[in-house]
Design a protein. Structure first.
Length: 132
C-alpha cells in the first residue's frame, strides 16, 4: 500500500467554472475509494462542510516527473457547484492562507478490502468570485 502524501501547494477555485485537479499518488491505489470534503474550518474545530469533490475514475500507471508509477486521482467540481460556493475573504499570496480567509480540505482513500484509510495532510483552497 502507498504511503500518505502531502498536498503540494494550495488550490484556487473560480466560481462558475469547471474545476479539475490531478494528484499523482505513488503506487497503485486505483482500487481505493476516494473522498475529499472541503470545510470552512477543521472538523475538530466545528468546521461545516462547504462542498464535496467528485472524482474521475482512478488511473494507474501514470509516471510522475521522477518516472515513478503513480495513480492519477482527478478531483472535479461542475460549474454549477462552483457557482454556489461562497467566495473566500482573501485572494492572493498563498503564504497568507489561513482560516477564515480560505477553506480547508483533504483527500482520503479507503481500501475496499480491509476498510483501512490513507490520506493527505490538509490543504487550503481559495474561491475566487464570479465576475462574468
Amino acid at each position: 500500500m502507498a504511503d500518505p502524501i502531502n498536498l503540494i501547494g494550495n488550490s484556487a477555485i473560480e466560481q462558475g467554472k469547471t474545476y479539475r485537479q490531478t494528484i499523482l499518488w505513488p503506487g497503485d491505489v486505483s482500487d481505493h475509494i476516494p473522498s475529499a470534503i472541503c470545510r470552512d474550518n477543521y472538523k475538530e474545530r466545528g468546521g461545516a462542510e462547504v462542498f464535496e469533490f467528485s472524482f474521475l475514475p482512478l488511473t494507474y500507471p501514470v509516471a510522475n516527473s521522477q518516472d515513478v508509477d503513480c495513480t492519477a486521482i482527478v478531483l472535479t467540481l461542475t460549474d454549477e457547484i462552483t457557482t454556489e460556493i461562497p467566495y473566500t475573504k482573501y485572494q492572493g499570496d498563498p503564504a497568507r492562507l489561513k482560516i477564515p480567509s480560505c477553506y480547508v480540505w483533504d483527500l482520503l482513500l479507503e481500501n475496499p478490502d480491509d476498510g483501512s484509510v490513507i490520506g493527505t495532510e490538509a490543504g487550503f483552497v481559495q474561491v475566487k468570485p464570479l465576475v462574468t
